[in-house]
Write a protein that binds this ligand. Structure first.
Ligand SMILES: Nc1nc2c([nH]c(=O)n2[C@H]2C[C@H](O)[C@@H](COP(=O)(O)OP(=O)(O)OP(=O)(O)O)O2)c(=O)[nH]1
Ligand SMILES: [Mg+2]
Length: 131
């Protein structure tokens, strides 16, 4: 089975996180995601986060730290998601590829539909103190 390594940017600001909507035609399409994408050969997690968030949101990440990782088996592929908490960036995030983006209160994440692999991320966000 295909197995991909994914850099996932959890951008936290004032008790909110930034979500983006996955385009319908993609794997897990039309669901809300944390911005990010496949880690390329030779790239570190930190480098992949900087590149993906520049490509997808047109921001420049200036502070981040690795948070945790998880593996999940979709019927068609296995993903390893590597989460990084982004705590500082420059620029105003926008959907650089036409995708809707939204700042959502961590307490309200339950209202959104995420890819099936994401539940532990939501649980951990809601269990942590972000002040
Ligand atoms: N970015 C992101 N991907 C997620 C999340 N949850 C989740 O299961 N995924 C999965 C969906 C995809 O199978 C995979 C990300 O791969 P992708 O194909 O979208 O990666 P990419 O942005 O590099 O896109 P591309 O190179 O194919 O254009 O990870 C999430 O919260 N954010
Ligand atoms: Mg992506």
């Amino acid at each position: 089975m295909q197995h991909i390594q994914v850099a996932v940017g959890v951008i936290v600001k004032d008790g909110h996180v930034l979500l983006a909507k996955r385009p319908e035609h993609l794997h897990q399409g039309n669901k809300w995601e944390f911005p990010g994408g496949k880690i390329e050969a030779g790239e570190s997690l930190e480098q992949a986060i900087v590149r993906e968030l520049s490509e997808e949101l047109a921001i420049e990440v200036s502070q981040q730290h690795a948070w945790f990782s998880l593996d999940y088996d979709y019927p068609e592929k296995r993903v390893s998601l590597h989460m990084s908490i982004v705590s500082a960036f420059t620029g105003e995030p926008r959907g650089n590829e036409g995708q809707p983006v939204e700042w959502v209160a961590i307490s309200e994440l339950g209202q959104f539909t995420f890819p099936d692999a994401n539940q532990p991320i939501i649980d951990k966000l809601q269990a942590s103190d972000w002040d």
